[in-house]
Design a protein around this ligand. Structure first.
Ligand SMILES: [Zn+2]
Length: 284
């Protein structure tokens, strides 16, 4: 992908210490909170155990390396491209877009949804409307989940998380949370709701790629393939196969590799936000 000109003012870089670190109380608070955090495909159990496993505060401060600074700039560029694209899509539909914050951190940091840990993978916290990302996730994506990581893999991951922010602004996350709190649905049923939520975030990531390319002409050969490759790598079947050696479809929370590819491509190829009703299609 080609780098574009603008940079966002909504990226908070906590790498290198400083504002990072610190712990929230564990226990029940984290239990409730874990239900409202939206992961890319990482391990939500990490947030449940975060009260006891993280050992402390990042007190040490250091300068970021030149490479880390470049990564920060790259994320800032992707963030502004998300802001500009979604601002335009919201306007086309007579709505006002509110940008999300992006927090870059190393190892552990505080979020509005409890302690954020690298092991959880990137996630969106609706409480403080922020995406939390430790860049070491992309090494995992390659070594554990078999993706070939390029710049556009990172773009896909951030766009997926921004998709959850869009769902938050549109009230979709609030609706799913209501279903969960009602207690009327079994775990298997709520897993299906989760899959629909996650596949819609993939659809939004595809839609973002399409719109942003129309404005910036930033896509290069191989970029869409890289996004698809990352989406497939974080499919539930791939993650389960690699971590436990078997697949249990009832416990899918994000969708299979094939579904994640399908919905990303649907967003990219249609360029039409109305085609993204995963709930109607998957929950009937
Ligand atoms: Zn997600």
């Amino acid at each position: 992908m080609k780098w574009t000109e603008d940079r966002s003012g909504n990226v908070e870089d906590r790498r290198g210490g400083g504002a990072g670190g610190g712990l929230l109380g564990g226990g029940l608070v984290s239990l409730i909170i874990a239900a409202v955090v939206f992961f890319l495909g990482g391990d939500p159990s990490a947030i449940l155990s975060s009260g006891s496993t993280s050992s402390g505060f990042q007190t040490e401060q250091r300068e970021l390396t030149a490479q880390e600074q470049q990564v920060g700039e790259f994320i800032s560029m992707l963030t502004v491209e998300n802001e500009q694209t979604w601002d335009a899509i919201f306007k086309q539909n007579g709505m006002q877009y509110q940008p999300a914050k992006v927090v870059l951190f190393t190892d552990v940091t505080q979020s509005g949804c409890g302690t954020a840990q690298a092991a959880m993978g990137p996630f969106y916290c609706p409480v403080d409307q922020a995406v939390y990302m430790d860049m070491s996730f992309f090494n995992e994506l390659e070594s554990r989940f078999g993706a070939q990581v390029t710049e556009f893999s990172v773009a896909y991951v951030l766009a997926h998380e921004m998709g959850h922010h869009v769902q938050n602004l549109l009230g979709t996350l609030g609706e799913t949370e209501k279903l969960r709190r009602s207690g009327n649905y079994s775990e298997t049923e709520m897993n299906k709701v989760s899959v629909a939520t996650e596949l819609q975030a993939d659809f939004y990531a595809g839609l973002w790629s399409r719109y942003t390319d129309q404005r910036e002409k930033f896509l290069e050969p191989g970029d869409i393939e890289a996004a698809i490759n990352a989406a497939e790598a974080v499919g539930d079947d791939n993650i389960m196969n690699r971590s436990q050696g078997y697949v249990n479809q009832e416990s899918f929370t994000h969708g299979s590799s094939a579904q994640r590819k399908e919905w990303f491509l649907k967003g990219y190829n249609s360029g039409d936000i109305r085609q993204g009703n995963t709930f109607d299609q998957l929950l009937r």
